[in-house]
Design a binder for this molecule. Sequence first.
Ligand code: CAA
Length: 279
Amino acid sequence: MKVIVLGSGTMGCGIAQSSIVAGHETTVIAHSEKSMGNASEAIANGLDRSIKAGKLTAEGKSECLKLLKVSFRLQDCDDADMVIEAVPEDVDLKREVLAAIEAYVSQHAVIATNTSSIRIDSMASVLKDKGRFLGLHFFNPVPVMKLVELVSGMDTSQEALDIAKGFASSMGKTVVQVKDSPGFVSNRILMAFINESLHALEEGVATKEGIDTVARLGFNHPMGPIELADFIGLDVCRDIMKQIYDQTHDEKFRPAGILESMVGKGMLGRKTKKGFYDY
Ligand code: CAA
């Protein structure tokens, strides 16, 4: 399969890494020359982690890298079978990128968005062929996380769903099909959980370490909710909660005050080396 990944952030690089490991010719479309270099480096580093973990050999890595291309020209997308949009979670930006890509890709290509909270149907309106559009929601770190949510829009064809499901399965992912509903299943549960943990922190029910320990030892979660929020990015969590709140008006998704103030101070979690914890 020929795969195009639009966006070279953490999710775009993770999807591209998993795609080349699955044997697909994959092109990452970055938005600048600088981000092209960063993407190649991030993907090579990710493959090194797989070598270290004993899941890939050095020859395997060079075979994978032969399947990878990084570009910033949409013109390089014309023979794609599968396109995955993974640009930042901004509905206008996503609409703009999706409309632009449709002009370049062939008629048979399936177009997926990796949105974590925006309704598929609210983006489908910019496409001429809505039947080939759907959501493929990956989880961070993509090479490690085994789940993909497959989101069907009102007009998505069964053929497109089958192709996307086959693609995700080829990467070793388990696919769960979900309705085009605010936050799908994953973030409807996860963001309510993270937000409630932050309310508990605000109320002084326990320290952040205490809350995280409850989830790690009490529920066997690999990370507590507050560590996980730092890992996802506090701005990303806030934006997802806002998206869900705007669609549902359900108070449980109104971002906790402490989350808003952390984002306001630029303390965004691991990526800024300061969040609820220091890194
Ligand atoms: N490429 C390849 N392998 C990678 C990798 C990468 N980019 N990143 C990590 N790994 C591998 C490591 O090599 C290691 O492999 P082995 O266990 O076989 O040695 C394994 O993953 C674990 O990595 P580490 O040892 O470095 O770290 P860890 O054991 O502390 O685990 C973690 C880190 C996998 C992130 C774990 O803490 C975890 O699962 N956390 C929860 C993550 C989670 O919930 N993600 C979903 C977030 S929600 C989301 O993404 C969706 C959304 O819409 C917000």
